[in-house]
Design a protein around this ligand. Structure first.
Ligand SMILES: [Mg+2]
Length: 184
């Protein structure tokens, strides 16, 4: 089985400056459902790696987040895709945890649970934190999408020395690129 790490906000669903707090606020980014279906069709399981400080900010409960994720997974399933697992960090920066991206804690949890060789796994995300965590955890590839914060991140890349293997217009573009790369 092949795996890919996916960020959630700005990659699968629209990012919101005031945080995504309910299913009513959840909007799939165009193409993201199809992208996840394509992963599934090609035997690639997505593992979500997402910072959800909304929990410790007191804006969403753990149950509330589980509900949002349940509905998201239902919609993904109905479109023919699947999600392997969602790892999220509930902390705010001041908590000093080791799981809030760009810290690699969530990815290390996934490695332990699935016995993963991280050097074989790409990370797809829209923020600098996603690109940094890919490097920090030793992921095989870092793929930036231009949705969400992606365009801003792309500009910052020129100044920072961060390895990015591909910049995609959106998740579907990223997945199409990855599948071609993996099946050559
Ligand atoms: Mg994001």
């Amino acid at each position: 089985m092949k795996y890919v790490f996916l960020d959630r906000d700005g990659v699968i669903c629209r990012d919101r400056p005031d945080y995504l707090k309910s299913w009513e606020e959840f909007q799939f980014i165009p193409g993201s459902l199809k992208a996840i279906r394509e992963l599934s069709k090609n035997g690639i399981s997505p593992i979500l790696i997402t910072n959800q400080s909304v929990i410790n900010r007191g804006m969403v409960t753990e149950d509330g987040l589980a509900y949002i994720h349940g509905r998201m997974i239902d919609a993904i399933r109905q479109s023919g895709g699947r999600v392997e697992k969602i790892y999220y960090c509930p902390h705010i920066p001041e908590n000093g945890c080791n799981c809030r991206k760009p810290k690699p804690g969530l990815i290390f949890s996934a490695r332990k649970e699935y016995d993963l060789d991280l050097s074989a796994i790409p990370m797809i995300g829209d923020s600098m934190k996603d690109m940094l965590v890919a490097a920090e955890a030793g992921c095989g590839m870092a793929i930036l999408v231009r949705t969400g914060k992606g365009k801003e991140t792309e500009k910052k890349l020129e100044k920072k020395r961060v390895r990015v293997d591909y910049v995609a217009d959106n998740l579907l573009d990223a997945v199409n690129w990855l599948i071609t790369k993996w099946t050559v």
